[in-house]
Write a protein that binds this ligand. Structure first.
Ligand code: TRP
Ligand code: SF4
Length: 341
C-alpha cells in the first residue's frame, strides 16, 4: 500500500530578485525536500501587500522574477507545486475563519511582526505625506494569513529561517485552538524546519539584503559578481601584502570559501593567507571564480526561462489550480466542522 507523502509548505514574498544567501539558506533546503515530501511553494503576493500596498507597480515583475529564480535554482514544477497566493481566493476565506478564533494579543505579541512594524515606522519618520508608514489591519493579520497558507494543506513541516519562528508558533497555537474549540484533530500542528547552512553575510559584513546594497544576486552577471566580491571586507589588520593574514578575522571572504569551496581549496587558501603567500585581491578573484562556477548553470537556466514567458505562466497556472483543489477540500472540511450554513 502506498502511504501518502507528508506535506511541506513554504513561501516567499515577491519583493525582488533573490540573492545567493537565499539560494544557500533557503532554496537548497527546499530542493532537498522535493523527492521525499509533497511540497507546496507559495509566491506570497498578499503578504507583500501588507507593507507595499502603495507600490504595486513592481508586483507582477517581482512575481515573475521570483518564480524564475526558484525554477532556475532547481525547484522542479514536475515535483513541487508552485503557486501564487492570490490565485486561490479560498485562502482568504480560511484566513477570515481562522481570524475569528485568534486572540488579538497573540498577533500583537508576535516579535517578528513587531520588528516589521518598527522597520516600517522607522523608515518613514520624517515623511508625513507618505502613507506607507501605516500599520494596516491587513498587516496585523500577517501571521494569521500565513497560518492559512500552511494549514490549508495540512502541512506538517515548514522550512523557514529563524525570523519566521514566531509566526510559526502562532500557527501551531491556532491549529491547536481550532482543534480544541471544535473538538477535532483535523489540523496538524506545523513544525519549523530550520536551515542548516548559516545565513551568508553581505559583502560589507552586515546581514545580506538588497536594501543594503551588499548582496550578490543569483541573476547577477559574472562581471558584477566579481566586482562585488572585490569590494568585500577582509582582515582589517592586514595592511600590506606582506603582512600575514588572519582568516578567522576575515569575516566575509573566509566564510564564503567555507561555503562554496571544497576542503582542499579552503586549506590552501587559509595557509597562503596566514603565510602571506597570497594577496587579498588574488584571494577574492579566486572566490569570484568559484562562485561564478557554482551559479553558471543556474544563471543559464534563468536566461532560458526569461526567454520563455509562456512556460512559467503555464507553471504558475497549473500549480495554482492544483493547489486550489486541496485548499477547497480543506475549506469544505473546516466549514463543516464549524457548522457553517
Ligand atoms: N512570511 C514569509 C517570509 O517573509 C513568507 C511566507 C508567506 C511563508 N506564507 C508562508 C513562509 C507560509 C512559510 C509558510 O519569508
Ligand atoms: Fe581574507 Fe583572503 Fe585576504 Fe586572507 S588573503 S585576509 S582570507 S581575503
Amino acid at each position: 500500500m502506498q502511504t501518502e507523502k507528508k506535506r511541506i509548505m513554504s513561501g516567499m514574498r515577491p519583493t525582488g530578485k533573490l540573492h545567493i544567501g537565499h539560494y544557500m539558506g533557503v532554496l537548497t533546503n527546499w530542493i532537498k525536500f522535493q523527492d521525499g515530501y509533497k511540497c507546496y511553494f507559495a509566491v506570497a503576493d498578499w503578504h507583500a501587500l501588507t507593507t507595499k500596498y502603495d507600490r504595486t507597480e513592481d508586483l507582477r515583475q517581482n512575481i515573475t522574477d521570483l518564480v524564475i529564480d526558484w525554477i532556475a535554482s532547481g525547484i522542479d514544477p514536475e515535483k513541487s507545486v508552485i503557486y501564487v497566493q492570490s490565485l486561490i481566493p479560498e485562502t482568504a476565506e480560511l484566513h477570515l475563519l481562522l481570524s475569528m478564533i485568534t486572540p488579538q494579543n497573540w498577533v500583537e505579541r508576535d516579535p517578528t511582526l513587531k520588528d516589521m512594524i518598527k522597520a516600517l515606522r522607522g523608515n518613514k519618520e520624517e515623511e508625513t505625506e507618505d502613507t506607507s508608514a501605516i500599520v494596516s489591519y491587513g498587516l496585523m493579520g500577517y501571521p494569521v494569513l500565513q497560518t492559512a497558507d500552511i494549514l490549508q494543506f495540512n502541512a506538517s513541516l515548514v522550512p523557514v529561517g529563524k525570523d519566521q519562528l514566531a509566526h510559526l508558533e502562532i500557527s501551531r497555537d491556532i491549529a491547536r485552538r481550532f482543534n480544541h474549540i471544535y473538538k477535532t484533530d483535523f489540523f496538524i500542528e506545523p513544525q519549523p524546519k530550520l536551515t542548516e547552512i548559516p545565513m551568508l553575510k553581505g559583502i560589507d559584513g552586515q546581514k545580506m539584503g538588497k536594501s543594503f546594497d551588499n548582496d550578490i544576486k543569483i541573476s547577477d552577471s559574472e562581471e558584477d559578481t566579481a566586482k562585488k566580491i572585490m569590494r568585500a571586507i577582509t582582515d582589517r589588520s592586514r595592511i600590506k601584502r606582506t603582512d600575514p593574514g588572519h582568516p578567522d578575522l576575515c569575516e566575509v571572504v573566509c566564510p564564503y570559501y567555507e561555503i562554496f569551496a571544497d576542503e582542499q581549496t579552503v586549506k590552501k587558501q587559509r595557509y597562503e593567507c596566514e603565510n602571506a603567500i597570497r594577496g587579498c585581491a588574488d584571494c577574492k578573484r579566486e572566490l569570484a571564480d568559484i562562485i561564478n562556477d557554482r551559479f553558471r548553470n543556474v544563471r543559464q537556466k534563468r536566461k532560458e526561462l526569461e526567454a520563455d514567458p509562456d512556460y512559467f505562466h503555464e507553471v504558475i497556472k497549473t500549480g495554482s489550480e492544483q493547489a486550489r483543489k486541496s485548499v477547497c477540500d480543506t475549506l469544505r472540511y473546516v466549514k463543516n466542522i464549524m457548522q457553517m450554513y
